[in-house]
Design a protein around this ligand. Structure first.
Ligand SMILES: Cc1cc2nc3c(=O)[nH]c(=O)nc-3n(C[C@H](O)[C@H](O)[C@H](O)COP(=O)(O)OP(=O)(O)OC[C@H]3O[C@@H](n4cnc5c(N)ncnc54)[C@H](O)[C@@H]3O)c2cc1C
Length: 374
């Protein structure tokens, strides 16, 4: 097949860039990344909690569990090698009175998922690790951490560019066809008006919130479809800076398939709460934060931060989760597939990559590179 590029990647978020980096490490130079925004990482990848997850939450046997457990160590190694900022601070999943059975279940799941070093701790140990947190019991998870998503994506992008990969920003994929020689022909609208097309033997669909719509361009109604859940954050005032040294999570919110309104810290030691979870009727990329949620956040966080005052909270930012559900499962999973069995050899779908996608991206990218290059 003769084509302009061997590989086209649609989407320059952490997943697309992780694939580009892994492909670059294999020596492949004929790569084009197409991104609708004016730079990389303007989508979900810069609207999240920036947590390196351990893999404890995901059902045994799920794709999420497999990728997250594998990627956790891999990501720390990569950060060390490429000088990406992280803090392996560890985390507490806390239980209040009456929640111990659910905490025990989570602990067992963590064991089954092979999460390193997890252990149950009592009230006294919680108080010594986090004096500002009140809880009856907790799970201590040492392999959790926080990371600079921007530095991670910059490192991926740098490695991709070092292999002379091309990038087209401000270019939105509008259609996909096939050439007579069997290559994929991608129609792009550049800068909102100029239409052009480019061909490739392989296409990696890493379009985040739009990955289902891109899949639909080639698969029609057999494409995986997504549901969307908005998550909002409130930050804590500077008086809470450097008052916590671990991430603190309540038990997961199974009804909304989320981890619950948790406390995380950033690179400067500032603390934030979130994300909340609200299903959207359809994809609406409105990232405003609803001030009316302040009391909801306060009520949730006050359960474990007794000295919190409602005036300590102010609206911060929000993100949207792309959720892919298999049958009627309560927990979403990833749709990661080379679609050769659907008659689409060379087309790879990376759809529904919600949390822990920032963590998992490195291993997803490495697998994709392996499928293409070996
Ligand atoms: C609230 C929230 C909290 C989270 N917290 C964590 C966390 O703590 N830890 C963790 O591991 N994960 C977390 N995640 C998940 C993680 O952020 C995502 O899994 C990951 O960022 C997804 O990356 P992506 O590259 O698939 O998507 P994106 O970053 O959205 O990248 C997709 C790119 O495709 C581009 N694009 C879309 N359509 C087109 C088109 N037609 N043409 C060209 N380009 C297109 C977009 O502009 C975008 O840049 C969280 C997610 C959310 C929403």
């Amino acid at each position: 097949m003769s084509a302009d590029y061997n590989i086209i990647i649609i989407g320059a978020g952490v997943v697309g860039l992780a694939a580009a980096r892994a492909i670059a490490e294999k020596g492949e130079t004929s790569v084009l990344i197409i991104e609708k925004e004016d730079g990389f990482g303007h989508g979900i990848s810069s609207r999240n909690s920036e947590v390196i997850h351990s893999g404890i939450y995901y059902n045994q046997g799920s794709i999420k569990a497999a990728y997250c457990s594998r990627a956790n160590k891999r990501l720390y190694q990569f950060c060390d090698k490429e000088n990406v900022w992280y803090n392996n601070c560890g985390k507490l999943v806390i239980a209040q009175q009456g929640q111990d059975p659910a905490l025990q279940d989570l602990y067992q799941q963590g064991i089954l998922n092979g999460v390193d070093g997890i252990r149950l701790i009592n009230k006294n140990e919680i108080a010594s690790l986090e004096p500002n947190i009140a809880a009856e019991t907790a799970l201590f998870i040492p392999s959790t951490g926080i990371i600079s998503a921007n530095e991670l994506m910059s490192a991926f992008y740098r490695i991709s560019a070092s292999r002379e990969h091309d990038t087209l920003f401000m270019s939105s994929v509008k259609n996909v066809g096939k050439t007579e020689s069997g290559a994929y022909e991608i129609t792009i609208i550049e800068h909102g008006s100029t239409e052009s097309s480019v061909t490739a033997n392989w296409v990696i669909n890493a379009a985040g919130l739009h990955s289902d719509a891109i899949a639909e361009l080639v698969m029609g109604n057999t494409a995986p479809s997504l549901k969307f859940s908005k998550g909002e954050y409130f930050k804590l005032s500077s008086q809470w800076a450097n008052k916590f040294s671990h991430l603190v999570y309540p038990l997961p919110d199974i009804k909304h398939d989320t981890l619950g309104i948790h406390l995380s810290i950033d690179q400067s030691g500032f603390a934030k709460l979130g994300p909340s979870a609200a299903w959207l009727d359809s994809l609406n990329e409105n990232y405003s934060v609803d001030e009316d949620l302040k009391s909801v956040f306060y009520d949730e966080a006050k359960k474990y931060i007794p000295d919190l005052d409602i005036d300590d909270l102010s609206a911060d930012y929000s993100g949207i989760r792309p959720k892919y559900f298999v049958n009627n499962d309560q927990q979403s999973d990833y749709y990661i597939k080379h679609e050769k069995d659907a008659g689409l050899a060379g087309w790879i779908n990376l759809v529904g990559i919600d949390s822990p996608g920032l963590t998992a991206a490195i291993s997803i990218g490495e697998d994709v590179a392996e499928w293409i290059i070996n």
